[in-house]
Design a protein around this ligand. Structure first.
Ligand code: GUN
Length: 280
């Protein structure tokens, strides 16, 4: 599955909707992207998010804070963005530097501006099958499946990884799509048997080649959320790609899979948030 191509399609749809918003409301949708500290991977993601915003006719508000920022200072920034009427979406790039409480920061973002879908209100709405702002990577998996005509209804889906950012909301998205869902984590007894009976595998662990290709059921759809840098400086996913690709019916590459999809769904959320805020 070509995440880059589908992401380009989503971004062009977003640009059309952003222009509609601008002509109706006299301003572009606004997206604030906050980075605290200088984590190398985060810097690349944040730069891409800001650049893609502008290309999609969304106004980008950039806030770069030093790693020494206190919890109170970061909360104050978030509260200011909550109050700023030109800001429709707020994203605080994770992970935060040690010493900062990311749960408290996610709780502080106005749920109406929570384009990451990390606020408990948005998580709860997704859990109750009335999704509003949906976490970008899981939403990207669902969109990619749709673009490739993969009907998730009734499929056995196994999610490897149970993080708040990907694994848990992924399970909720797959449940919403009427898959039969299994979530694996460090407490899972027999990971191989859980993966090898899955029609859909989502790997979100953050360890290069964590899922051996030989575990993939022939014909399965494999969504690889991992972005790991090897000792040789290569980017690879959580799935052993070349062996998995021989067995899978569909598989996402790394790079060029869920990375670009995540950014595209973020922009889509920002425009959704803008319209919703203007209409509520
Ligand atoms: N870190 C890794 N993925 C994400 C994401 O989707 N949003 C934010 N805010 N931080 C992340």
């Amino acid at each position: 599955m070509d995440g880059k191509a589908v992401a380009a399609k989503v971004r062009s749809e977003v640009a059309v909707r952003a222009k509609e918003f601008a002509s109706k409301y006299g301003r572009r949708p606004g997206l604030a992207v906050v980075q605290v500290g200088q984590d190398a991977a985060s810097t690349v993601y944040v730069r891409n998010k800001r650049k893609s915003s502008i290309e999609a006719e969304i106004e980008s508000f950039a806030h770069d804070l030093p790693a020494t920022t206190t919890q109170a200072e970061l909360l104050e920034l978030v509260q200011g963005l909550n109050r700023n009427p030109r800001v429709d979406g707020i994203l605080v790039q994770m992970p935060l530097p040690k010493g900062l409480d990311s749960d408290a920061i996610m709780d502080a973002v106005d749920p109406a501006k929570d384009v990451d879908g990390f606020h408990p209100t948005n998580t709860g709405l997704l859990a109750q099958k009335r999704p509003r702002l949906r976490p970008c990577t899981p939403f990207g998996v669902i969109r990619l499946a749709k673009e490739y005509g993969i009907d998730l209804t009734g499929l056995r889906a196994t999610v490897v990884g149970a993080s708040n950012i990907v694994g848990r909301p992924m399970a909720l998205e797959l449940l919403l799509a009427r898959s039969t869902v299994t979530v694996c984590h460090t407490g899972t007894r027999d990971l191989e048997s859980e993966v090898s009976r899955a029609d859909v595998v989502v790997a979100a662990v953050g360890k290069a080649g964590f899922v051996p290709g030989a575990w993939i059921k022939p014909g399965a759809a494999v969504f690889d959320v991992g972005i790991n840098r090897t000792a040789e400086g290569k980017l690879v996913g959580d799935v052993e790609y070349s062996k998995a690709a021989e067995r899978a019916g569909w598989i996402t590459p790394v790079p060029g899979g869920l990375g670009p999809m995540t950014i595209a769904m973020l922009l889509s959320n920002a425009v959704d948030a803008a319209f919703r805020r203007a209409n509520v």
